[in-house]
Design a binder for this molecule. Structure first.
Ligand code: ATP
Length: 310
């Protein structure tokens, strides 16, 4: 459905995007991840033609988007700052306006809006103009407008910004439901890794304008480490363990220390057992000990750190 080929954009001599390429198929939920300033919004803005890029092509359903803007009827966008709404209208008036503009019948528009208003927790603000809503409710209004006409592709730039946790959970349900039932594609940027982990089939990681990873979330985790052990020890015990770490763990291990914890990321379960045995032999009782599967957040940070060091 969406195909981005070697997209590049510079501001002066700063490369905001450098040869960015990826595809998104019908019904896919893809996350675009990256640190602040990595180029996510520039990518989203390019796809909806809010800025002109320097090189590369973007295709929507096989057609180059530079040749016609008609594809915009099939795209819903949520940009930061509730920019897709008229602040003097209510959320539902906005949503109905955009829905009717795209040719959805009045009956269908009102049915979609009313369902989404309930799900997003907006129903109680029916009479309020968007400009008078709180920040989180303005974000809900933006989401309502983009989701209500059920476009083929949704571009959501930081959709959870300002939302309470109950609405975030509802939004997860809406996205998964709409993509499964209506085969809508979703391209989502977010710094909320828990949100991404729950809903996305695939992730694209960009760093300083370049794609550094494309694949499933499980592949992202597998390319790094499977488990993470965290130990909190008394300073004397910590020094002892530090002395033994190298002999207890193979090379394919990542160690990190902060003020509180020793953090070990690894693949082999045997090595974790060996460490716990060693602690028992030394009569060291950790103040805290946890072993967890690697989270997407840790996997992502390890990937970014690896790129920065390389
Ligand atoms: P964030 O997570 O903070 O939203 P982002 O990944 O969306 O960041 P972009 O907004 O796409 O990042 O910015 C990419 C790079 O382009 C940054 O270095 C940014 O400073 C630069 N940039 C963006 N817009 C402009 C502009 N109008 N003029 C100059 N530089 C810009």
């Amino acid at each position: 459905m969406l195909s981005i080929n070697e997209l590049s954009k510079s501001y002066g001599d700063h490369h905001a995007l450098k040869d960015v390429s990826f595809d998104l198929a019908k019904g896919e939920r893809v996350a675009l991840l990256g640190a602040n300033g990595s180029g996510k919004t520039t990518t989203i803005n390019s796809i909806c033609r809010l800025l002109e890029w320097d090189q590369g092509d973007i295709f929507f359903n096989g057609k180059n988007i530079k040749e016609s803007t008609s594809y915009l009827r099939d795209i819903g966008v949520v940009l930061g700052g509730c920019r897709n709404t008229n602040w003097r209208l209510t959320a539902s008036q906005n949503a109905e306006y955009f829905s009717r503009l795209r040719g959805v019948s009045k009956k269908q528009s009102l049915a979609n809006i009313s369902k989404l208003e309930e799900q997003l927790g907006l129903a109680q603000y029916k009479q309020k103009e968007v400009g008078k809503l709180s920040t989180g409710n303005k974000q809900k209004a933006s989401l309502l407008c983009a989701l209500a006409y059920q476009p083929k592709l949704l571009l959501l730039d930081e959709p959870t910004l300002g939302l309470d946790s109950q609405t975030v959970t509802e939004l997860q349900k809406i996205i998964v439901e709409q993509s499964n039932q209506l085969e809508q594609g979703f391209l989502i940027t977010s710094h909320d890794m828990g949100f991404i982990d729950k809903i996305c089939n695939r992730v694209i990681v960009i760093d300083q304008g370049k794609v550094i990873f494309k694949g499933s979330i499980s592949t992202l985790k597998e390319e790094l480490f499977h488990y993470e052990m965290r130990l909190k020890l008394k300073p004397t015990d910590r020094a002892k363990l530090n002395g033994a770490l190298k002999s207890l763990w193979s090379e394919n291990t990542q160690f990190e220390q902060d003020k509180e914890d020793i953090i070990i990321r690894y693949d082999s379960v045997e090595q974790a057992f060996a460490t716990v045995n060693w602690l028992a032999q030394q009569a060291i009782t950790p103040q805290e000990l946890s072993i967890n599967p690697l989270s997407i957040e840790t996997a992502y940070h390890s990937l970014i750190n690896k790129e920065i060091k390389a």
